[in-house]
Ligand binder design. Structure first.
Ligand SMILES: Nc1nc2c(c(=O)[nH]1)N[C@H]1C(S)=C(S)[C@@H](COP(=O)(O)OP(=O)(O)OC[C@H]3O[C@@H](n4cnc5c(=O)[nH]c(N)nc54)[C@H](O)[C@@H]3O)O[C@H]1N2
Ligand SMILES: Nc1nc2c(c(=O)[nH]1)N[C@H]1C(S)=C(S)[C@@H](COP(=O)(O)OP(=O)(O)OC[C@H]3O[C@@H](n4cnc5c(=O)[nH]c(N)nc54)[C@H](O)[C@@H]3O)O[C@H]1N2
Ligand code: SF4
Ligand SMILES: [Mo]
Length: 681
């Protein structure tokens, strides 16, 4: 390593959690971290330090005066929030405030953020885990007692089969793919990919089930039916670790496998063969992503996958399990430390009086008992029940569903405060903008997708007059609540949060050092690493020895009245070079020249029917909105389906997505959007 290398930190983008430092060249270079053991990085990690001193960075506090944002002192910006939020609380009560936390920011910042909301008197605090894996967590938490990867990255190297359902790790979790999955596949592990598109993950797959978006339930149910029909179920596991087996057998015996395959849009023989591979492998590890979670039946989708893992005995076992690949670098941690409306730190319900008392002993104030609103519900109440909102490191103007509506609703708030590093589709509506620190300008911890807590270290100072996120939040805490938010830096916050987050009990900055500590901590008896690896061995995290098999009925992904005969199904997602609303990655010189990625993928048959040729401009439209894009005609997407990423502000894809939420988890429907596509005239 060169002498001018910066301090060791953790990549700010995805939930893999690679170790990165600033090399002399100014680019990111991997160090041998807990996950990227050989110091490998994907292109985003290499580009990550581009935020330091970028020309577009927000460097001055601003408030809106006569319709325009103007630069002001920190004192004036804070005072405006104090006055406006104070007035809202006086007039409407604290539940008229809504707090959007940032799963791209640290555990310490999110902990302080949710504490601020709760001491003010509201549980209206949520983070964008709501938009990615809330349905996965709803299913896994209720059945297993823990909404996290059941296994670890190291552990799944030993799987004999990978079932990747609705996830594209080659692009969204590139180092997991290149350093964990691909080497195993090259060593003989079979990869089954369930996805309506062929993408970079499919390149390594032996079986590709090109499911119709929204039809995973019939597909997964049919896989269970094949297992029972061919007597391939794990009898011992069913006896020892599950309940409700006779009812489930009855349910499955009524399933018409060929018909389910037809409904799901796959060939029955392919489905049968893939099932035999999954069930006959000694260890089969399932991975689940947005293709499963972001549906109005997202929670039910995941229940269907849990059934499959249970009937084959692939839970609580080395090299197996059900593994949600988490989104941002700290989406796991933001949720662990309580940035959720129904639970306090450590996933303990706000309705639990003992937990509230325990927290009150640490905070000096008791959190409210009434569960708050979720992210999308808060946006639906803007201007009505919610009069003031504080958005910390999220770009809700671009990423929440139905952005035309959100944009109008943002303007209906009495006060919108945004803590940001770049101007974006949300600051455009703000009354107060607080310029904050990027990841490379602050210290703190983040928790990755396999539950490892690691430390970030700053390379520079915040731009201009900007301040670190933690300083801003602590000052707001003091000003708004009068309570003590005086911490001597992030380590002091961490020592408080480990006291109220049972999974983190006993963790420390020194203990983490350059490595990691994994929750649940302290380490389990059967582990040699710092924390418990495989969950649900012997007993589920809920404490139960058995969990029920749950019949999951298929429901149509969209109501008939919303389906027009000429419509195609738009499914939205991501590519490797860009990150979410693209506010950061579209400003990167390193990334933007890599590939043109904002085209609409459309199957040749659908293109021909509409007279569309590769490269043509097209209009994509439905009752919610209209955008234009260029067409990429490709057989890698299945017929009747089109795909767009949501990374580009020039054509906000969320103008097309609607308001419908999964009833259990309140996740939006980003993966099944009826649209009409036409060539522009
Ligand atoms: N490069 C990059 N990496 C990222 C991100 C990013 O923006 N860019 N974002 C991060 C975040 S916040 C998250 S949450 C994760 C998400 O990571 P993923 O879950 O991998 O994300 P997506 O691309 O949204 O969706 C995955 C796949 O689901 C497929 N799919 C669509 N509909 C269906 C369906 O009905 N059924 C099935 N089985 N599959 C379907 C899509 O074709 C797509 O390939 O990625 C993280 N990593
Ligand atoms: N159509 C469609 N929409 C989707 C999805 C989809 O698959 N399809 N996926 C959904 C999912 S899974 C997610 S997670 C959401 C993501 O939704 P968002 O969280 O709204 O998206 P990002 O673009 O990651 O926004 C992060 C913001 O934080 C700012 N920021 C970055 N670092 C810092 C920092 O250190 N401090 C502060 N204060 N600010 C910072 C960035 O400038 C950026 O504006 O999008 C959801 N929306
Ligand atoms: S895989 Fe994820 S954490 Fe690793 S370098 Fe790429 S974006 Fe960063
Ligand atoms: Mo996400």
């Amino acid at each position: 390593m060169g002498g001018d290398d910066g301090p060791k930190s953790i990549c700010p983008f995805c939930g893999v959690g690679c170790g990165v430092l600033r090399a002399e060249s100014g680019k990111g270079r991997g160090w041998k971290g807990a996950v990227n053991r050989r110091g490998e990085l994907c292109p985003k990690g290499v580009a990550a330090y581009g935020v330091l001193g970028h020309d577009d960075r927000l460097t001055k506090p601003q408030v809106r005066k006569d319709g325009r944002l103007v630069a002001v002192s920190w004192d004036e910006a804070f005072s405006r929030i104090e006055t406006e939020f104070g007035g809202i609380v006086d007039d409407h009560g604290p539940s008229a405030l809504g707090f959007f936390a940032s799963s791209g920011c640290t555990n310490e910042e999110n902990y302080v953020f949710q504490k601020l909301a709760r001491i003010l008197g509201t549980n209206n605090v949520d983070n964008c885990a709501r938009l990615c894996h809330s349905s996965t967590i709803a299913a896994m938490q209720s059945r297993f007692g823990a909404g996290a990867m059941t296994n670890t990255l190291d552990d799944i190297r030993d799987a004999d089969c990978f079932l990747v359902c609705g996830s594209n790790p080659a692009e969204q979790h590139p180092i997991i793919f290149s350093s964990y999955l691909a080497p195993a596949v090259n060593g003989g592990t079979t990869l089954i990919h369930i996805d309506p598109r062929e993408n970079r993950t499919t390149e390594l797959a032996e079986y590709h089930l090109s499911v119709k978006p929204g039809y995973d339930i019939p597909l997964l149910n049919a896989m269970c039916a094949v297992i029972f029909e061919e007597n391939l179920e794990d009898e011992e596991f069913l006896r020892e670790r599950t309940s409700n087996v006779p009812a489930f057998r009855d349910f499955v015996s009524g399933i018409d496998i060929d018909e389910c395959a037809r409904i799901a849009g796959v060939k029955p023989d392919d489905l049968r063969e893939a099932t035999r591979v999954y069930v006959s492998a000694d260890r089969s590890a399932a991975f689940t992503g947005m293709g499963m979670s972001q549906h109005r039946y997202g929670t039910a989708n995941v229940h269907a996958l849990l059934n499959l893992a249970l009937v084959t005995g692939n839970v609580g076992k080395h090299g197996a399990g059900v593994n949600p690949l988490r989104g941002k670098n700290n989406v796991q941690g933001a949720s662990d430390v309580g940035a959720l409306p129904d639970v306090l730190p450590g996933y303990r319900p706000v309705t639990d009086a003992d937990t509230r008392t325990e927290i009150a002993n640490v905070w000096g104030a008791e959190p409210p008992a009434k569960p708050g609103l979720t992210e999308v519900e808060m946006t639906h109440e803007f201007g009505d029940e919610i009069r003031g909102a504080f958005v910390f490191g999220e770009n809700i103007g671009a990423t929440e569903p139905n952005s035309n509506r959100v944009s109008r609703e943002l303007d209906s708030l009495d006060c919108l405060a945004v803590q940001e590093i770049f101007p974006n589709e949300t600051t455009a509506h703000a009354d107060v903008v607080l310029p904050a620190s990027s990841w490379a300008e602050k210290a703190g911890t983040v928790t990755n997708t396999d539950r490892q807590v690691q430390r970030m270290r700053p390379t520079g100072d915040p731009s201009g007059n900007a301040r670190t996120d933690l300083e801003i939040l602590c000052e707001l805490g003091v000003r708004l609540t009068g309570e003590s938010f005086e911490y001597d830096g992030p380590e002091a916050v961490f020592s408080e949060l480990v006291r109220v987050t049972p999974q983190y009990a006993g963790m420390s900055y020194d203990g983490i050092g350059d490595g990691s500590q994994r929750w649940p901590f302290p380490k389990g008896a059967d582990e040699d690493s710092g924390g418990t690896g495989v969950l649900h061995r012997g007993r589920f995290a809920s404490g139960a020895r058995r969990v029920p098999l749950v019949p999951v009925e298929h429901v149509e992904p969209v109501d008939e009245e919303n389906r027009k005969s000429e419509s195609l199904v738009l499914t939205t997602g991501r590519v490797v070079e860009h990150f979410n609303s693209g506010v950061v990655t579209r400003r990167s010189d390193v990334l933007t020249h890599l590939r043109s990625t904002d085209a609409l993928q459309i199957h040749p048959d659908d293109a021909e029917e509409r007279g569309i040729e590769d490269g043509d401009r097209v209009v994509v439209e439905n009752d919610h909105g209209r955008i234009e894009a260029s067409a990429a005609v490709t057989p890698s997407i299945r017929p009747d389906v089109v795909f767009l990423t949501f990374h580009f502000a020039e054509r906000l894809v969320n103008r097309l997505t609607g308001d419908e939420l999964d009833s259990e988890s309140k996740i939006p429907t980003y993966k099944h959007v009826p649209v009409c596509v036409e060539k522009t005239t």
